[in-house]
Design a protein around this ligand. Sequence first.
Ligand code: KG4
Ligand code: ZN
Length: 336
Amino acid sequence: KGKIIILGIETSCDETSAAVLADGTDLRSHVISSQISTHQKYGGVVPEIASREHSMHFRPVVQQALDEAQVTFQDLSAIAVTYGPGLVGSLLVGVSGAKAMAYASKIPLIGINHLEAHIYANFIQQKDLQFPLLALLVSGGHTHLILFEGHGKYEVLGYTRDDAAGEALDKVARTLGLGYPGGPQIQRVSQEGNPQAFKFPRAMLEADSLDFSFSGMKSAVLNTLNSARMRGEVLSVPDIAASFQEAVVDVLVRKTLMAIKRTGVKTLLLAGGVAANKLLRETLEMSLLKLGIRLVYPEPIYCTDNGAMIATAGYYHYLVGDFAPWTLNAVPGLSF
Ligand code: KG4
Ligand code: ZN
């Protein structure tokens, strides 16, 4: 009784997910319905199919989350939903559904920025995070270094000028015939590869820039593959994968260390799907240990898209009364 209970809903890409969170840290239920197997045969997410799948799974996923948490709509304090960035048709399923349920239940609606929520995934298991925090957000659509100075207070220090890190991994994986999503596949086959086999370029941009660029690095791999093909040579897929993974992680780590030096923060948060990458975690862990910087990352299930991170971000919006109007709409290009 008297608890703040938030239903969090995520439908921005290919996961329909809902979670019930009590008082910010007590995750009562978490349901994820992934469409990965549906999209796999097309080599990537097909937006039209994604919308239809969300429409089909939305209500059952929400009901399961409520049932597992042993609550009804009457027990909820608010409903938090991702309104961007993402695929417009997918976002609309979540936004419309959340709006209808909140309106009918006479409780507030909270609009959540998906990027912010990825960072909040770190608050699900860590109860003692102290601001200021630095966040490295690496997902399929975004690569950002963010100075996080307090709840709702962000400064973007750097972002990708072209491809996101996950996008580059996905594209290289697809060319290597490894399937979708590519990041986990690259990680898997890299275990049998030599990361020194190919010297792929590291795009560092201007000396003081915290921005990223992965498009040229991706093209270097594709060019290597094409010229080998023309010479009739077959290159080792594990060697290519391991060398590319090494190059991507190298750039992410070097830029992150630059940002730590510049800001003087004592804690780094990893966020987004690529934060699940083992090499990235281990390399950062080693570098940061020497500097006395704490590294925090969510369990893999909270790194990729999920409703628990939406509910967690929603809790902090709830505390300051940051509610959305009933006119809330999907914003596919939403940024920080
Ligand atoms: O955060 P996310 O689930 O969706 C977006 O908001 O984009 O991130 C998906 C991305 C994909 O590019 C996927 O290949 C990548 O995260 N990813 C990984 C790993 N697991 C997921 N990349 C590298 N290593 C992994 N273990
Ligand atoms: Zn995401």
